[in-house]
Design a protein. Structure first.
Length: 98
């Protein structure tokens, strides 16, 4: 439309982590509190700990002929933690705070 003041769609989906210009967080600054931030570093540490724990547990159970179900469950949990690590590293590389 002519004279439309809305931002173009590509600005909102540019992927640089910036909020839309017309975005308003109704809870921002309530009681003098700063806006919330993502705890990506903590999430990265916890995912790394989970990855190592479940990977070592799966390898140990496989080595001592433990129940196959537990070996598979621990291996899947280690895989999920590895995917989470990759997601967090990607988000931090884009410059997101945390």
């Amino acid at each position: 439309m002519a004279g439309d003041d809305r931002p173009e769609r590509n600005q909102a989906s540019r992927g640089d982590g910036a909020a839309r210009p017309d975005y308003h967080d109704p809870t921002a600054g309530v009681g003098g509190a700063p806006p919330s931030r993502s705890a990506l570093t903590l999430r990265l540490l916890l995912a790394g700990f989970g990855f190592l724990l479940f990977l070592v547990a799966a390898i140990w159970l496989a080595a001592v002929d433990g129940p196959l179900v537990l070996v598979v469950v621990f291996a899947v949990l280690a895989l999920i933690a590895a995917v989470d690590i990759a997601i967090v590293v990607r988000r931090k590389a884009r410059g997101e705070p945390g």
